[in-house]
Ligand binder design. Structure first.
Ligand code: NAD
Ligand code: ZN
Length: 360
């Protein structure tokens, strides 16, 4: 299975299948490419599991690797700097490729290294999480600053994305839940029938089949690709991808990064955004049914009681998408029809209170 992403700055293929990396070597040997050296950036978890397999599949190239800490710990200035040092020591040049083997954290870091090393060298995403169907496509790459997540970054598209379904087998349940939230997001903001398919067919994240995974990854990537094609640099409709993220980011930050996974925080944020939509637009949507499904999938859909609503509001105002202290939300007029709306603090707080106790 192959999806094509086209953006103003680059067109590239996304391969989604078992043994997708089997096609990587021939992709790199394409006569249009000259590959002087390959640097694989991965984290300890993923490196232990899949690095040797990937290196073996690239035996005809000059390959080296650099292993970074797992998860968010990889997206620091220090690790970024150490990757650049390693690349310089290894004498990577402008014909060298960086391969990101891992989840969104490794992809964001390695992409930013590639974007800035010698003003930009080619890179390839080899995502190993469900969440990375979102992060590996679209070209946003970044590291964190102690004062804010993803604050230092670039728009830099990969040469290709190789989604090898075999790599997802070892993904812990909590990571599946995190990534699947973004899949649901893609359905809710853009494609009602896809949302309905998910709702009907995915009743457990423990028993996902390869066919189901490849279908929802492909569909999610197509949706994201269509949005990024229209608005690569996020001046307009790309903002719709932030559905659920205004509160989601605030929850992640306020709880402390890593306490609640990105997708699980976004899921609470989506429940919230749907609730706000009902209050503001005429969205007709069965919330009780939705929440029941989410509970079945293992999502926690209330805000943890240790998080203060006023502090969450203050966090939402700091969001880099908020302008002049006003909080802007992505709401839905209908499933598949997003809109942007600035809301007043009173409504934000009032609806937030409803999220602290489960009903549904
Ligand atoms: P991650 O990269 O931190 O991976 C989560 C954990 O799973 C890590 O501990 C990792 O080592 C482990 N892991 C990864 N693949 C595995 C596998 N196949 N088997 C076993 N363990 C595995 O997290 P993520 O959820 O993939 O990505 C989150 C990051 O993505 C955040 O930093 C977020 O900011 C970023 N993000 C970026 C974009 C974008 O557009 N660039 C979009 C969404 C999220
Ligand atoms: Zn997200």
């Amino acid at each position: 299975e192959k999806v094509h992403i086209s953006t103003p700055s680059k067109d590239y293929p996304v391969f989604i299948e078992k043994e997708a990396i089997g096609q990587l070597e021939s992709f790199l040997k394409d006569s249009n490419r000259e590959v002087s050296k390959i640097l694989i950036i991965t984290d300890y978890n993923v490196g232990d599991l899949y690095l040797s397999k990937l290196e073996n599949s690239l035996s005809s190239f000059d390959v080296t690797h650099y292993v970074v800490p797992n998860g968010e710990e990889a997206k620091t200035f220090e690790i970024y700097y150490s990757c650049l040092s390693y690349a310089l020591e290894q004498k990577l040049d402008r014909k060298s490729y960086i391969l990101a083997l891992g989840g969104g954290a490794v992809g964001d870091l390695a992409g930013f290294v590639a974007a800035t090393y010698m003003r930009g060298i080619p890179f390839i995403q080899i995502p190993t999480t469900i969440l990375a169907h979102d992060s590996a496509v679209g070209g946003k790459v970044a590291i964190n600053h102690p004062l804010g997540k993803n604050m230092i970054g670039a728009f830099y598209q990969p040469e290709a994305v190789f989604f090898d379904l075999n790599f997802l087998k070892s993904l812990p349940l909590v990571e599946k839940r995190s990534g699947f939230a973004e899949v649901i997001k893609h359905g809710l903001i853009q494609d009602f029938s896809f949302y309905e398919w998910l709702n009907k067919n995915i009743t457990s994240l423990e028993t996902l089949t390869d066919e189901q995974i490849s279908f929802f990854l492909k569909t999610g990537i197509n949706i994201k690709g269509a949005i990024v094609k229209e608005d690569e640099k996020e001046n307009g409709i790309r903002r719709f991808l932030n559905f659920g993220h205004t509160l989601g980011h605030a929850i992640e930050a306020e709880a402390g990064y890593g306490k609640i996974s990105h997708g699980e925080a976004v899921m609470i944020g989506m429940v919230y955004a749907l609730q706000l939509s009902k209050a503001v637009t005429n969205l007709s949507f069965n919330m009780d049914h939705f929440k029941g499904w989410l509970s079945e999938l293992g999502y926690q859909i209330t805000v943890p009681s240790y998080l203060d609503p006023k502090k969450l509001l203050a966090r939402m105002k700091q969001d880099k998408k908020s302008i002049k202290q006003k909080v802007t939300f992505v709401l839905l007029e209908e499933i598949g029809q997003p809109m942007i709306k600035e809301l007043c603090d009173e409504l934000i707080l009032e609806e937030l209170e409803h999220l602290y106790t489960y009903s549904g």
